[in-house]
Design a protein around this ligand. Structure first.
Ligand code: PLP
Ligand code: COI
Length: 330
């Protein structure tokens, strides 16, 4: 299978916001858009997106995972960027149409269909630096995917960056391209200098999240992760894992914690990244100020594997969906 995000299906769904209303979602062959060089998004980054998955269960039926939560988050992002906010109904219709249009292209398990609803400001106005785009394009593209990190399931190496932020204090909860752009320099350097897979952003020594996933620690009977305060993305996978862990008897601690505390906990802990793309990706070591610190023995932890099985079991129809997180598409 192609690397994550490089293969696309043949169809997409588009809808335009013009003259104060949205056009009906239209399914069309996936292909280039044409924009005037003065288009708002190209200058002022009026863009937000979502990432969710549909799975082909072994009986052939197709199921979305917690899509209503992605819709809620996209609407929050749109409002934060002063973009026209698509209705729940429009987003639901667009996502379902995008999946239905490519059912025959959805891979079998353990693959999935990654769905990328995207909203951009299309007003032609380079003077509108201080206000939102009055016109917008909503599109949903889809991509058959396997593992996000190359090399399959292996313990990841993260670099702790205690200087840079991936976002401003309140904008971390907005899923906008600018936050990813802000993290690029740090992640690129971490990869080149240390062979790191990702960066754990810890501005001022406070642990937050990585460039493309939340960070969760398992220490004894405790699940420790940064509390939601606007500075990090409120991950839907994070929320799912916390609920499943609580059900397993773990004590959930959504807190502020420091790099020093984290380093002290490492020998007796497991850690992983959580996200739609990352699913639950175990972390083997952290690099801080040039020194490598192992999580436990540096190998994939047993408890992480068990939690991952709980989550993917629900996503793929093997476990009972007691939370009603999955929705059949067809
Ligand atoms: N944090 C960041 C910065 C992300 O890009 C993602 C991926 O979507 C997440 C966290 C995890 O969010 P979710 O579990 O909703 O995919
Ligand atoms: C996701 O997990 O959906 C993400 O958005 C990560 C992505 C940046 C690859």
């Amino acid at each position: 299978m192609a690397e994550f995000g490089q293969a696309f299906t043949t169809q997409m769904v588009v809808s335009n916001f013009q003259d104060n209303h949205w056009t009906a979602p239209e399914v069309k062959p996936i292909g280039p858009f044409s924009f005037h060089p003065g288009t708002h998004v190209l200058h002022y980054s009026s863009t937000c997106f979502e990432g969710l998955k549909a799975y082909r269960w072994t009986d052939g039926s197709i199921h979305l995972f917690r899509y209503q939560d992605n819709i809620r988050r996209l609407r929050n992002s749109a409002a934060a960027l002063c973009l026209p906010v698509p209705s729940d109904e429009l987003l639901e219709a667009s996502i379902f149409a995008a999946v239905k249009a490519v059912v025959s292209e959805i891979p079998d398990l353990p693959g999935a269909l990654y769905i990328r609803p995207t909203l951009i400001g299309t007003e032609l106005n380079i003077g509108a630096a201080g206000r939102g785009s009055k016109e917008a394009l909503l599109y949903v593209i889809t991509s058959p995917v396997g593992d996000y990190f190359a090399g399959g399931i292996r313990p990841l190496k993260l670099l702790i960056d205690d200087e840079n932020m991936r976002s401003t204090p309140k904008f971390g909860q907005v899923k906008t391209g600018g936050n990813y752009a802000a993290s690029l320099g740090s992640v690129t350097q971490a990869r080149a200098e240390f062979g790191a897979d990702q960066v754990l952003f810890c501005p001022g020594g406070q642990v937050q999240e990585t460039g493309a996933a939340n960070f969760i620690l398992l220490k004894g009977n405790e699940v420790i992760t940064k509390k939601l305060d606007g500075s990090i993305l409120p991950g839907i996978t994070r929320d799912s894992i916390l609920k499943l862990a609580a059900e397993q008897g773990y004590q959930i601690k959504e807190i502020d914690y420091t790099v020093d505390e984290l380093l002290a906990w490492l020998p007796e802990s497991e850690a992983f990244l959580s996200g739609t793309a990352a699913v639950l990706s175990p972390v083997g070591s952290l690099i801080y100020h040039g020194k490598e610190y192992l999580l436990g023995d540096g190998k994939i932890g047993e408890k992480s594997v068990q939690l991952k099985a709980k989550l993917t079991g629900i996503q793929t129809g093997k476990n009972n969906d007691t939370y009603r997180w999955t929705t059949v598409v067809e």
